[in-house]
Design a protein around this ligand. Sequence first.
Ligand code: 15L
Length: 267
Amino acid sequence: KPFKRILFTGAAGNLGRRLRDHLHQFADIVRLSDAVDFGPAREGEEIVIADLAKREDVFKMCEGVDAILHFGGVSTEQPFEPIMNANILGTVNLYEAVHKLGIKRVVFASSNHTIGMYPTTTQLDASMPVRADGYYGLSKVWGEALSRFYWDRFGIETVCLRIGYCFPEPTTHRQANTWLSLDDLVQLLHRSLVVPCVGHTIAFGVSDNPGLWWDNRQARFLGYAPKDSSARFPEPLQGPVDYASNEDITLKHQGGQFLINGPKYPD
Ligand code: 15L
């Protein structure tokens, strides 16, 4: 196994729950953490309940690990304060712990909402400027920029995965275009952990879907070769949508539904 002990944050979340049984291939001991209690540890696991906004919690959670898969934090559009605590202060605490404790590599669950304001008629690669679609997307932009800084300044490696729609079955055209299968996500995590020099890399977490908006050429050296495609889901899903002439902002922009959820600023 590549590592003795890895940490996975956000273990009680959507992706954490689905990934749990797949993490053992990466390390002898998988430390799982979340802000909420999610039951007892199974064989080969350790559990640490930690609030990302609390520095002591974060240092304790990171103690003795070789690499981190950081999936913890707020994962939807919310008022700024919870996002600020978990995603902005939380990543500052995490990277300070990573630096002080000498941890070499992080895989950061970024999001397609870092580029959600791009029109759905635009093809993107990872070098194009960010265009977040709300506070949540902006917090992921922060995580990408912060991890870039910790690479430039301290040589800590991070792969940022701009994950698309990672649920079992896409049901809309957008979900099909941005779909990431669980197996492909596991492959991406594996490549992100074992490829020798990743520096600071941004990759799109997406399967080999028809009509992709995102081009992963800058991350080709990771050797990620998606095995799944949303083409296997029912036909109507793939029907052409005339995004450009449509007035619906959720169809015009890559961020989809997130466009109508924010920004949530109290009156
Ligand atoms: C995300 O970043 C969310 O965390 C996830 O729940 C999905 O909504 C996904 O993006 C998406 O864009 O579909």
